[in-house]
Design a protein around this ligand. Structure first.
Ligand code: SF4
Ligand code: SF4
Length: 351
């Protein structure tokens, strides 16, 4: 019988697997470093797992974040210079904080880091992004400030700041044809960020297809559902049990929860190692992961306009089924009668 021999042909469409990769993180946008602090709480995977090389099948990672790095001053800046000059190849550029509009004034700067070696002048964050992004294997925006502008971009701010897709362009792609990858959240949910980075690392290793992103450049598998759809209090909403004061275990929609319309998986995922998560623990969802945040969700803690209508509609159904479920529950809380010591109640055929 002839032997079957499997021949693996090289795929010219697939780029060679990357064995070693740098992650270069810039925290000098208009931000609070909260996203950096947040990812130190990740567990799926943890930052430690990543940098210690404990995850098989991904490139070795060199992680450069100015808040977490041992290097500081010019020693840290050297990574940025190398990235800008094409000497840090390949790398993922991560931007934290919103990007100011440096063109909306005649002098000064809104955000900068490092000083120009020849002029001695601060180097605006925008200049760094302009120099570094074209050389990146992929570019990520971490947190709502970097993705869509966030708190700093709210109405009336003088900086004219914006998210990275507004700055680079929504159609912008890295030199490897990867769109900007946005992971919003204020701050970013720790595992949402690390899981997305892990996906990109698998893509770099050649074991994952192009990262699936929605029209707002968010990973589809993380932002496809609403908070409400994964909330611990969803059953309370369905039965029209609405809290009118803090500290209640009931649904907090009347206290300002926007969960029914906000795309965020924190209701399901929790915050740290599966524990916590805004509405689950009594904090109304204020839409911090949405492009309309914060302006469109203010004033915080007020009942959302649509909630008045939806809770009125739900109340008719919820109050009725809650009453009916009460009857059923009372019955289910009683043992069947034939378990009684009274033999006359025993099932037919019993001795
Ligand atoms: Fe939905 Fe918010 Fe109520 Fe949870 S607390 S069930 S997310 S409205
Ligand atoms: Fe932000 Fe709401 Fe998600 Fe909490 S549940 S992280 S407030 S979008």
């Amino acid at each position: 019988m002839p032997q079957l021999v499997q021949i693996t042909m090289p795929n010219p469409q697939r780029p060679p697997a990357i064995e070693e990769l740098h992650v270069l993180w810039i925290t000098a946008g208009l931000g609070c470093d909260g996203d950096t602090v947040s990812i130190t709480a990740a567990t799926q995977p943890s930052l430690e797992d990543l940098v210690l090389g404990l995850i098989p099948g991904i490139p070795k990672v060199h992680f450069h974040n100015p808040v977490l790095a041992y290097e500081n001053g010019n020693e840290f800046l050297d990574f940025c210079y190398r990235a800008a000059e094409g000497r840090l190849d390949p790398f993922v550029l991560v931007v934290e904080g919103s990007i100011p509009n440096e063109k909306n004034k005649t002098e000064g700067y809104w955000a900068a880091f490092g000083t120009d070696k020849t002029t001695g002048q601060p180097i605006p964050t925008c200049d760094w992004i302009d120099r570094i992004a074209p050389n990146a294997w992929a570019v990520m925006a971490a947190g709502t400030c970097a993705t869509y502008g966030g708190i700093h971009a709210m109405e009336g701010n003088p900086t004219g700041c914006m998210g990275l897709p507004d700055y680079l362009g929504w159609e912008w792609k890295s030199k490897t044809d990867i769109p900007i990858v946005c992971v919003p959240g204020c701050p970013v949910q720790p595992d949402n960020y690390m899981e997305t980075l892990l996906y990109l690392l698998r893509q770099a290793a050649g074991t994952a297809p192009m990262i699936p992103l929605d029209e707002l450049l968010r990973p589809t598998w993380l932002f496809g559902q609403t908070v409400h759809e994964g909330c611990d209090r969803g059953g309370r909403y369905e039965q029209a049990e609405f809290a009118d004061e803090y500290g209640s275990p009931l649904c907090i929609v009347k206290l300002g929860c926007w969960g029914p319309v906000v795309q965020c998986n924190v209701g399901k995922r929790g915050w740290m190692n599966g524990v916590g998560g805004c509405a689950n623990v009594g904090g109304p969802c204020i839409g911090c992961a949405m492009p309309g945040f914060p302006d469109k969700f203010m004033p915080f803690m007020d009942e959302p306009p649509g909630a008045k209508l939806s809770t009125s509609a739900v109340s008719l159904y919820g109050n009725t089924v809650r009453a009916l479920r009460g009857f059923t529950q009372a019955s289910m809380n009683r043992e069947p009668v034939w378990r009684s010591p009274d033999v006359s109640l025993a099932p037919t055929g019993a001795p």
